[in-house]
Each structure stands twice: as structure tokens, then as C-alpha cells.
Ligand binder design. Structure first.
Ligand code: ZN
Length: 163
């Protein structure tokens, strides 16, 4: 799915990229540029700005007003609205920094890029072809999986309430 995300939702943009979605985000673009991206590139506009949301809807664009205060709530809202799977598949995952699809690299290629202990402990590494950031599923993945799990539980409980 293709999104354009307003300047207040940088964290959400990074989550969506990691889950494999094509997300344009910059904290320096103004409202008219966001609307132009939604129009010209058929991107779903995600915004915390209700006025901007209303302008997008009035023009017939797909837009979503993000209300949740936490990352988990925001992810759960989006998962429900757009049937997004709350998981990260490294085969389609995008660089949270720059939106390019990451590529797995041979372990040996990561040797000079990461700490020695990281290199010894992990076997799978990925790299962003654009900004060359190296990625691995290190200790921080415990937190990533927990956030996704909490969001998933919120989706499930919201669906139960609807029945
Ligand atoms: Zn990158």
C-alpha cells in the first residue's frame, strides 16, 4: 500500500515502511505538498490534522485521520481500516529511514559494518541499497514484536466489540 504521512507521524511512517509499505514522509513538506502527493501518486494520506483530513476527503482522496495517542493504537487503527497485517516480513521490508526495499546480504559483508559482538551473535543481515544502513533482528526486536502484538490485541478486541 502507498501512503503519504504528515510531519507529526514520523514514527508511524517508519513502522509502515518496516511492514513493507511504500511511505513518503518528510517533516518539511506543507499541506498543499501532502495533498499533491496524495493526488499525483495515488497515496493514502495519513494525518493528525483534522482540517487537512477534511480537505483531502473533500477533494475525493483516500485519507485517514489518525486519532490514537500511542504507536500501538495508531497501528491498530490502520490495521483495521486498511486490513494491514501487523508483522514484519524481511523479504518485503523497507528501510525505515528512506523507504527503499532492504536486501539480505551475506553475513561476511556485514563484518565491517556492525559491532564484533553483533556479527558473532547474529547470522542474518540486511542492507538498504539507498542509504546503506545495515539491519539485523537484534535485541531491539523484542520491543518491536511486543508493540505489534499489543496492536494486534487491540484490533482483536475492537472487532469483538463490533460483533
Ligand atoms: Zn535506507
Amino acid at each position: 500500500m502507498k501512503f503519504v504521512v504528515d510531519g507529526m507521524l514520523g514514527k508511524l511512517a517508519r513502522w509502515l515502511r518496516m511492514m513493507g509499505h511504500n511511505v513518503k514522509y518528510s517533516d518539511t513538506v506543507d499541506d498543499s505538498q501532502l495533498l499533491a502527493l496524495a493526488k499525483n501518486e495515488h497515496r493514502i494520506l495519513l494525518t493528525r490534522d483534522f482540517e487537512l483530513y477534511q480537505r483531502a476527503i473533500a477533494k475525493g482522496f483516500d485519507a485517514f485521520y489518525v486519532e490514537g495517542g500511542t504507536e500501538e493504537e495508531r497501528l491498530a487503527e490502520l490495521a483495521r481500516r486498511y486490513s494491514i497485517r501487523l508483522e514484519i516480513d524481511m523479504d518485503i521490508s523497507r528501510c525505515p529511514k528512506c523507504n527503499a526495499t532492504v536486501k539480505q546480504i551475506p553475513k561476511e559483508k556485514a563484518r565491517s559494518r556492525v559491532e564484533e559482538s553483533t556479527f558473532r551473535y547474529y547470522n542474518e543481515f540486511w542492507e538498504c541499497p539507498k542509504c546503506h544502513q545495515a539491519y539485523w533482528q537484534g535485541a531491539h526486536w523484542t520491543r518491536i514484536r511486543k508493540t505489534l502484538k499489543v496492536a494486534e490485541i487491540q484490533v482483536e478486541s475492537a472487532e469483538k466489540k463490533e460483533v
